[in-house]
Design a protein around this ligand. Structure first.
Ligand code: KMH
Ligand code: ZN
Length: 283
Protein backbone atom coordinates (compact mmCIF):
# COMPACT_ATOMS: atom_id res chain seq x y z
CA UNK A 1 0.00 0.00 0.00
CA UNK A 2 1.29 3.46 -0.80
CA UNK A 3 0.92 6.62 1.26
CA UNK A 4 -1.18 9.65 0.42
CA UNK A 5 0.74 12.74 1.50
CA UNK A 6 -1.15 15.99 1.89
CA UNK A 7 0.62 19.27 2.47
CA UNK A 8 -1.12 22.06 4.39
CA UNK A 9 1.27 24.90 3.66
CA UNK A 10 -0.30 28.01 5.19
CA UNK A 11 -3.31 27.68 7.50
CA UNK A 12 -5.14 30.61 9.01
CA UNK A 13 -3.47 30.92 12.36
CA UNK A 14 0.18 31.99 11.91
CA UNK A 15 1.26 35.52 11.03
CA UNK A 16 3.72 36.16 8.22
CA UNK A 17 5.50 38.65 10.48
CA UNK A 18 6.23 35.86 12.96
CA UNK A 19 6.91 33.14 10.37
CA UNK A 20 8.71 34.59 7.32
CA UNK A 21 8.84 31.19 5.56
CA UNK A 22 5.01 30.94 5.53
CA UNK A 23 3.68 31.09 1.94
CA UNK A 24 1.02 33.81 1.86
CA UNK A 25 1.10 35.30 -1.66
CA UNK A 26 -0.12 33.41 -4.71
CA UNK A 27 3.41 33.19 -6.09
CA UNK A 28 4.73 31.87 -2.78
CA UNK A 29 1.92 29.33 -2.64
CA UNK A 30 2.47 28.06 -6.18
CA UNK A 31 6.25 27.87 -5.66
CA UNK A 32 5.71 25.93 -2.44
CA UNK A 33 3.16 23.65 -4.07
CA UNK A 34 5.55 22.79 -6.89
CA UNK A 35 8.37 22.04 -4.45
CA UNK A 36 6.08 19.91 -2.29
CA UNK A 37 4.83 17.97 -5.31
CA UNK A 38 8.45 17.24 -6.26
CA UNK A 39 9.09 16.10 -2.67
CA UNK A 40 6.18 13.64 -2.65
CA UNK A 41 2.94 15.45 -1.84
CA UNK A 42 -0.16 14.55 -3.85
CA UNK A 43 -2.76 16.86 -2.25
CA UNK A 44 -2.53 20.51 -1.23
CA UNK A 45 -4.85 21.76 1.52
CA UNK A 46 -5.29 25.45 0.84
CA UNK A 47 -5.97 28.51 2.98
CA UNK A 48 -5.32 31.85 1.33
CA UNK A 49 -4.36 35.32 2.54
CA UNK A 50 -5.27 38.80 1.33
CA UNK A 51 -2.82 41.51 0.27
CA UNK A 52 -2.15 42.23 3.93
CA UNK A 53 -1.38 38.53 4.56
CA UNK A 54 -4.57 38.13 6.60
CA UNK A 55 -6.74 35.00 6.15
CA UNK A 56 -9.55 35.49 3.63
CA UNK A 57 -12.26 33.50 1.88
CA UNK A 58 -12.59 36.05 -0.94
CA UNK A 59 -14.14 34.09 -3.79
CA UNK A 60 -12.25 35.87 -6.55
CA UNK A 61 -8.93 35.13 -4.87
CA UNK A 62 -9.97 31.52 -4.24
CA UNK A 63 -10.83 31.07 -7.92
CA UNK A 64 -7.51 32.58 -8.95
CA UNK A 65 -5.71 30.30 -6.52
CA UNK A 66 -7.41 27.16 -7.81
CA UNK A 67 -6.56 28.17 -11.38
CA UNK A 68 -2.93 28.89 -10.47
CA UNK A 69 -2.52 25.59 -8.64
CA UNK A 70 -3.68 23.79 -11.78
CA UNK A 71 -0.08 24.41 -12.96
CA UNK A 72 0.73 21.50 -10.68
CA UNK A 73 -0.90 18.06 -10.74
CA UNK A 74 -1.70 18.24 -7.05
CA UNK A 75 -5.25 17.56 -5.92
CA UNK A 76 -6.50 21.01 -4.90
CA UNK A 77 -8.35 20.78 -1.60
CA UNK A 78 -9.76 24.11 -0.40
CA UNK A 79 -10.35 24.65 3.28
CA UNK A 80 -13.98 25.25 4.21
CA UNK A 81 -12.83 25.71 7.80
CA UNK A 82 -11.24 29.06 7.07
CA UNK A 83 -10.37 30.89 10.25
CA UNK A 84 -12.40 30.73 13.46
CA UNK A 85 -13.81 34.16 12.53
CA UNK A 86 -15.27 33.26 9.13
CA UNK A 87 -19.09 33.19 8.78
CA UNK A 88 -20.84 30.01 7.64
CA UNK A 89 -22.09 31.67 4.46
CA UNK A 90 -18.54 32.45 3.30
CA UNK A 91 -17.41 28.94 4.21
CA UNK A 92 -20.19 27.43 2.07
CA UNK A 93 -19.31 29.72 -0.86
CA UNK A 94 -15.79 28.24 -1.00
CA UNK A 95 -17.27 25.47 -3.17
CA UNK A 96 -18.07 28.09 -5.85
CA UNK A 97 -14.32 28.19 -6.57
CA UNK A 98 -14.66 24.66 -8.02
CA UNK A 99 -11.83 22.87 -6.22
CA UNK A 100 -11.20 19.15 -6.64
CA UNK A 101 -11.78 18.59 -2.97
CA UNK A 102 -12.50 20.38 0.28
CA UNK A 103 -12.11 19.91 3.99
CA UNK A 104 -15.28 19.28 5.99
CA UNK A 105 -14.95 19.48 9.75
CA UNK A 106 -17.46 17.29 11.54
CA UNK A 107 -18.08 19.21 14.74
CA UNK A 108 -17.39 22.15 17.00
CA UNK A 109 -14.17 22.11 19.00
CA UNK A 110 -12.37 24.36 21.43
CA UNK A 111 -9.44 25.74 19.44
CA UNK A 112 -6.92 27.16 21.86
CA UNK A 113 -8.56 30.29 23.24
CA UNK A 114 -11.12 30.29 20.41
CA UNK A 115 -13.97 28.02 19.33
CA UNK A 116 -14.07 26.48 15.85
CA UNK A 117 -17.82 26.34 15.19
CA UNK A 118 -19.32 23.50 13.16
CA UNK A 119 -22.91 22.87 14.23
CA UNK A 120 -24.83 19.97 12.70
CA UNK A 121 -26.99 22.14 10.41
CA UNK A 122 -23.94 23.76 8.81
CA UNK A 123 -22.03 20.50 8.47
CA UNK A 124 -25.03 18.77 6.88
CA UNK A 125 -25.62 21.64 4.42
CA UNK A 126 -21.95 21.69 3.44
CA UNK A 127 -21.94 17.93 2.94
CA UNK A 128 -25.05 18.07 0.73
CA UNK A 129 -23.42 20.81 -1.35
CA UNK A 130 -20.26 18.73 -1.88
CA UNK A 131 -22.45 15.87 -3.10
CA UNK A 132 -24.44 18.12 -5.44
CA UNK A 133 -21.28 19.68 -6.94
CA UNK A 134 -19.06 16.59 -7.05
CA UNK A 135 -16.42 18.11 -4.75
CA UNK A 136 -14.66 15.36 -2.80
CA UNK A 137 -14.80 16.03 0.94
CA UNK A 138 -12.13 15.09 3.43
CA UNK A 139 -13.75 14.64 6.83
CA UNK A 140 -11.69 16.56 9.39
CA UNK A 141 -12.00 14.94 12.80
CA UNK A 142 -10.68 16.82 15.83
CA UNK A 143 -12.36 14.72 18.50
CA UNK A 144 -14.17 11.42 18.96
CA UNK A 145 -17.58 13.06 18.76
CA UNK A 146 -16.70 14.19 15.26
CA UNK A 147 -16.47 10.56 14.19
CA UNK A 148 -20.04 10.07 15.36
CA UNK A 149 -21.14 13.11 13.36
CA UNK A 150 -19.39 11.86 10.22
CA UNK A 151 -21.15 8.51 10.62
CA UNK A 152 -24.46 10.35 11.07
CA UNK A 153 -23.83 12.27 7.83
CA UNK A 154 -23.09 9.07 5.93
CA UNK A 155 -26.11 7.26 7.38
CA UNK A 156 -28.46 10.10 6.60
CA UNK A 157 -27.16 11.37 3.25
CA UNK A 158 -25.20 8.52 1.74
CA UNK A 159 -21.67 8.29 0.37
CA UNK A 160 -19.52 11.28 -0.53
CA UNK A 161 -18.64 12.56 -3.99
CA UNK A 162 -15.87 10.37 -5.32
CA UNK A 163 -17.21 7.38 -3.38
CA UNK A 164 -14.42 7.06 -0.82
CA UNK A 165 -14.84 7.99 2.82
CA UNK A 166 -11.48 9.57 3.63
CA UNK A 167 -10.87 11.26 6.98
CA UNK A 168 -8.09 13.23 8.57
CA UNK A 169 -7.49 12.89 12.30
CA UNK A 170 -6.27 16.29 13.48
CA UNK A 171 -4.49 15.61 16.75
CA UNK A 172 -3.03 18.01 19.25
CA UNK A 173 -5.24 21.09 18.94
CA UNK A 174 -5.74 22.42 22.50
CA UNK A 175 -9.36 21.30 22.98
CA UNK A 176 -9.28 18.35 20.58
CA UNK A 177 -7.91 14.87 20.92
CA UNK A 178 -4.24 14.15 21.58
CA UNK A 179 -2.02 12.08 19.31
CA UNK A 180 -1.34 9.11 21.56
CA UNK A 181 -1.72 5.57 20.31
CA UNK A 182 -4.78 4.76 22.39
CA UNK A 183 -6.67 7.75 21.01
CA UNK A 184 -5.66 7.00 17.43
CA UNK A 185 -6.78 3.40 17.89
CA UNK A 186 -10.08 4.50 19.42
CA UNK A 187 -10.78 6.92 16.57
CA UNK A 188 -9.88 4.41 13.87
CA UNK A 189 -12.00 1.72 15.52
CA UNK A 190 -15.07 3.97 15.16
CA UNK A 191 -14.62 4.67 11.44
CA UNK A 192 -16.72 2.78 8.90
CA UNK A 193 -14.93 -0.40 7.81
CA UNK A 194 -14.42 0.93 4.29
CA UNK A 195 -13.02 4.30 5.35
CA UNK A 196 -9.42 5.39 4.89
CA UNK A 197 -7.70 7.92 7.07
CA UNK A 198 -4.74 10.18 7.41
CA UNK A 199 -3.45 11.87 10.52
CA UNK A 200 -2.04 15.27 11.33
CA UNK A 201 -0.07 16.04 14.48
CA UNK A 202 -0.18 19.67 15.54
CA UNK A 203 3.06 21.20 16.82
CA UNK A 204 5.00 18.81 19.00
CA UNK A 205 2.56 16.00 18.17
CA UNK A 206 3.70 15.93 14.56
CA UNK A 207 6.33 13.19 14.67
CA UNK A 208 4.62 10.69 16.91
CA UNK A 209 1.38 11.04 14.95
CA UNK A 210 3.26 10.59 11.66
CA UNK A 211 4.95 7.39 12.80
CA UNK A 212 1.78 6.06 14.43
CA UNK A 213 -0.20 6.69 11.25
CA UNK A 214 2.34 4.86 9.12
CA UNK A 215 2.38 1.96 11.55
CA UNK A 216 -1.41 1.85 11.72
CA UNK A 217 -2.09 1.86 7.99
CA UNK A 218 -2.97 5.55 7.80
CA UNK A 219 -1.90 8.32 5.46
CA UNK A 220 -0.12 11.60 6.26
CA UNK A 221 -0.75 15.30 6.35
CA UNK A 222 2.13 17.65 7.12
CA UNK A 223 2.84 21.34 6.62
CA UNK A 224 3.29 24.72 8.20
CA UNK A 225 -0.43 25.03 8.95
CA UNK A 226 0.22 22.39 11.60
CA UNK A 227 3.91 22.52 12.51
CA UNK A 228 6.38 25.40 12.62
CA UNK A 229 9.27 23.57 14.29
CA UNK A 230 11.24 20.93 12.40
CA UNK A 231 13.10 19.82 15.52
CA UNK A 232 13.53 21.28 18.98
CA UNK A 233 14.84 24.84 18.53
CA UNK A 234 14.93 24.60 14.72
CA UNK A 235 12.17 26.45 12.84
CA UNK A 236 10.76 24.94 9.65
CA UNK A 237 12.53 26.48 6.64
CA UNK A 238 9.85 25.54 4.14
CA UNK A 239 6.95 23.17 3.64
CA UNK A 240 8.96 21.00 1.27
CA UNK A 241 11.27 19.81 4.03
CA UNK A 242 8.27 18.56 6.02
CA UNK A 243 6.98 16.76 2.92
CA UNK A 244 10.44 15.33 2.20
CA UNK A 245 10.65 13.97 5.74
CA UNK A 246 7.17 12.43 5.51
CA UNK A 247 8.04 10.88 2.13
CA UNK A 248 11.24 9.43 3.53
CA UNK A 249 9.39 7.96 6.51
CA UNK A 250 6.80 6.48 4.13
CA UNK A 251 9.52 4.90 1.99
CA UNK A 252 11.19 3.48 5.10
CA UNK A 253 7.84 1.94 6.05
CA UNK A 254 7.76 0.45 2.54
CA UNK A 255 4.68 2.49 1.79
CA UNK A 256 6.04 4.98 -0.74
CA UNK A 257 4.25 8.25 -1.54
CA UNK A 258 1.31 8.06 -3.94
CA UNK A 259 1.76 9.89 -7.20
CA UNK A 260 -0.76 12.60 -7.97
CA UNK A 261 -2.41 10.32 -10.55
CA UNK A 262 -2.71 7.55 -7.97
CA UNK A 263 -4.14 10.03 -5.47
CA UNK A 264 -6.77 11.21 -7.96
CA UNK A 265 -7.86 7.63 -8.56
CA UNK A 266 -7.76 6.82 -4.85
CA UNK A 267 -9.95 9.76 -3.87
CA UNK A 268 -12.23 9.57 -6.90
CA UNK A 269 -11.34 13.05 -8.13
CA UNK A 270 -13.01 13.92 -11.44
CA UNK A 271 -10.91 15.48 -14.22
CA UNK A 272 -10.16 19.19 -13.65
CA UNK A 273 -12.19 21.63 -15.78
CA UNK A 274 -10.41 23.18 -18.76
CA UNK A 275 -8.44 26.31 -17.76
CA UNK A 276 -10.58 29.44 -17.77
CA UNK A 277 -9.66 33.07 -18.38
CA UNK A 278 -8.22 33.46 -14.86
CA UNK A 279 -5.69 30.64 -15.31
CA UNK A 280 -2.06 31.77 -15.22
CA UNK A 281 0.39 30.69 -17.85
CA UNK A 282 3.23 28.39 -16.95
CA UNK A 283 6.32 30.61 -17.37
N1 KMH B 1 -8.25 27.13 10.72
C1 KMH B 1 -9.05 26.29 11.52
C2 KMH B 1 -10.00 27.11 12.34
C3 KMH B 1 -9.99 23.30 7.83
O1 KMH B 1 -9.12 23.80 7.13
O2 KMH B 1 -11.00 22.81 7.37
C4 KMH B 1 -9.82 25.32 10.73
C5 KMH B 1 -9.09 24.46 9.80
C6 KMH B 1 -9.80 23.27 9.32
O3 KMH B 1 -7.94 24.72 9.41
ZN1 ZN C 1 -6.95 23.94 7.35
Amino acid sequence: MSTLITVAPTGAESAKADVPALPVTLDELVTTARACEAAGAAVVHVHIRDSGAKPTLDLGLLRETVAALRETDLVVQLSTGGSVHDPYTDRLKVLDAEPDACSLTCGTVNFGDDVFMNPWGFVAELYRETQARGVVPEFELFDLGHVATMNRLLDRYGPPAGGRVHCDLVMGVPGGFTGDLRTIAAAVSLLPAEATWSATGIGRESLRVMFAALAGGGHLRVGMEDTLTYAKGRPVRGNEELVARAAEAARLAQRPPMTTAQARAFLGIRPAPAPGPTARRVP
